[in-house]
Design a protein around this ligand. Sequence first.
Ligand SMILES: Nc1ncnc2c1ncn2[C@@H]1O[C@H](COP(=O)(O)OP(=O)(O)O)[C@@H](O)[C@H]1O
Ligand SMILES: [Mg+2]
Length: 216
Amino acid sequence: MPHFLRKFLRVFRPLIHKDKKEILKYPEINLDDICGSKLGKGAVKECFRHKKYSDRCVKYADIEFSRQIVREINYFNYLRKKGVQSDCVPKFYGAFRCKDKIGFIQECFLAKEDGGCFDSVCPLAKVANQIELHNKVQQKLDDLKSELITKNIIALDLHGSNIIFVSKNNIHRTVIIDGLGTQEAVPLPQLFRPLGRLKIERNWKRFLRVYPQFSK
Ligand SMILES: Nc1ncnc2c1ncn2[C@@H]1O[C@H](COP(=O)(O)OP(=O)(O)O)[C@@H](O)[C@H]1O
Ligand SMILES: [Mg+2]
């Protein structure tokens, strides 16, 4: 085995095993028991309606993407443990594993007309270029950024289909449906607020490069 590969494995094997141990703690389920029809597919995960609860969805990916999924699951558990509650984070209902997949159940953002429980659901990508909505969207995004900083919530992958605007009984929420958590093996931005803030500001700048109309 080449030297660099041995070195790589020495550093990363414990992390890989750490994930494996983590995954074994998740309850084993049968996907057919909980998955209804498909809601969407991203680069990593597929998302389905929950068969039993119209306000929940089931998200899973192949086990080869376990690093990302375990990171997301750990982050939801971390927020719960710390008592961080925010309207911009979907409610989390636990992780699961099955043969070659791992996933979790989270709050589902689906409009009533599609069988969900929200009066309206709209991804940022759909409204970002509607001039007449610019001020409203700008305000919502400003509020979202303040919320992330105040509660030190780290979102790695901010973009037009991960940020959605929903409303129910005239209560409006801006939600980040994907990409929450930190990548670092030692999650310093999670533990130290000033580092968290730097990371949030950096990710926000990256996000505004795609949506310069909201950089004021
Ligand atoms: N909580 C949710 N409620 C409703 N639809 C969702 C939800 N989460 C994801 N989806 C749908 O599934 C797609 C893929 O999910 P996502 O979490 O973004 O996966 P990936 O990590 O692969 O990007 C989304 O683009 C969206 O259409
Ligand atoms: Mg996504």
